[in-house]
Design a protein around this ligand. Structure first.
Ligand code: DAH
Length: 358
């Protein structure tokens, strides 16, 4: 028993003296490892008589538990100290000003989408999404664009092969409008969504890119009328362009999925060759809108006598180009760092969601 007391004293001393986790592990191995001191004593129990083994075994087990407890306590202490040390070393001051020369920039498309979400979010809209590879049904048919409808040609669609058994082909969605259908099918009104996302048309010049972005809006409820559409879109235009008295005009138009339909123009001036938003006698078209067509509601299982709504859609590149004075749409996707440094936004330096810092 004396020898056990001296082992206890020595091992607890070693544990207390261990400076770090490695030193502690070395102590554990030397005592409890396969060739450890205590392991050897436990193995020796087999050579004793039954009575001797009972007494000695109990004492060894008490010692073993005591050592394991001490090891556990010391391990926790070392780990805590290591964590404290790391926390102290890796401390960062989040109140430091942003480095003016930091390389990262928010792309104007991302910035504009954040602004759209900020503005419509304030009005109670949530964000919805849908697939880029879309069924003909969602992209066209359910939106009241039947086969042979001229709008299908106007959309310059990228079709995927092969055709399904019914002759239809998958398409790269030509607009964000199919998400109207998906949302009306999967959620119950009242609905208030915006859908920012990528769209695809086979078109390429200074104002068209085969991949571009749109934002769709959809409001469905009982008793929704054209006044709601106008109020919502006037408010959006004035907030987005940051001009309180921005003139906004609703011009009769045609879309297969809305009736009546209106294109929305904002006041501008083109005097002297430049474009100035907000002043002057000219108009600039920025988005399409209308009251959701009763056939579209019915296609989604909604009773047009009970529910009405309005929808709108606009090109995100277009409104970003207008707000931030970006002259050529193709440059959005050239990944030219000089362009991004010039037109991009500082990530931590945004005073509000609505107004970008430049
Ligand atoms: N989907 C139309 C397009 O790509 C834009 C649009 C117009 C969307 C009117 C709408 C709307 O929701 O009501 O040209």
């Amino acid at each position: 028993m004396d020898s056990l007391d001296s082992i206890r004293e020595a091992v607890l001393g070693q544990i207390a003296a261990a400076q770090d986790a490695d030193a502690l592990e070395a102590v554990r191995v030397s005592v409890l490892g396969r060739n450890g001191q205590l392991t050897a004593l436990l193995k020796g129990l087999g050579a004793l008589t039954q009575d001797e083994r009972k007494v000695r075994g109990a004492a060894l087990n008490v010692l073993k538990t005591e050592i394991e407890t001490a090891l556990g306590g010391a391990k926790a202490k070392h780990e805590g100290a290591a964590l404290d040390k790391r926390l102290a070393q890796e401390r960062i001051d989040v109140t430091l000003p942003v480095k003016a020369d930091s390389d990262g920039r928010i792309h104007p498309i991302s910035q504009t989408i954040d602004e759209l979400i900020g503005i419509f979010g304030e009005m109670g809209f949530t964000v919805a999404e849908g697939p880029h590879i879309e069924d003909d049904f969602y992209n066209f048919t359910a939106l009241n664009i039947p086969p042979e409808h001229p709008a299908r040609q106007e959309h310059d669609t990228f079709y995927l092969t092969p055709r399904a058994a019914d002759g239809s082909r998958k398409v790269l969605r030509t607009h964000t409008s199919p998400v109207q259908i998906r949302t009306m099918q999967s959620q119950k009104p009242p609905l208030r969504i915006i859908v920012p996302g990528r769209t695809f048309r086979s078109d390429h010049d200074a104002t068209h890119s085969p991949m571009f972005h749109q934002v769709e809006g959809l409001v469905i409820d009982k008793n929704i009328h054209m006044g709601h559409l106008k109020g919502c879109l006037i408010e959006f235009c004035r907030t987005f362009f940051e001009i309180d008295d921005l003139p906004v005009r609703f011009r009769p138009s045609y879309f297969p999925f809305t009736e009546p339909s209106a294109e929305v123009d904002i006041g501008c001036s083109r005097e002297g060759g430049g474009l100035k938003i907000g002043a002057g006698a000219d108009w600039l078209e920025i988005l399409g809108s209308g009251m959701v067509h009763p056939k579209v509601l019915a296609n989604c299982g909604l009773d047009p006598a009970e529910y009405q709504g309005f929808a709108f859609g606009m090109g995100i590149e277009r409104i970003a180009m207008l707000k931030y004075g970006i002259p050529d749409l193709r440059t959005f996707y050239e990944s030219d760092l000089r362009w991004l440094r010039h037109y991009g936004f500082a990530s931590l330096d945004v005073p509000s969601l609505i107004t970008g810092a430049r």
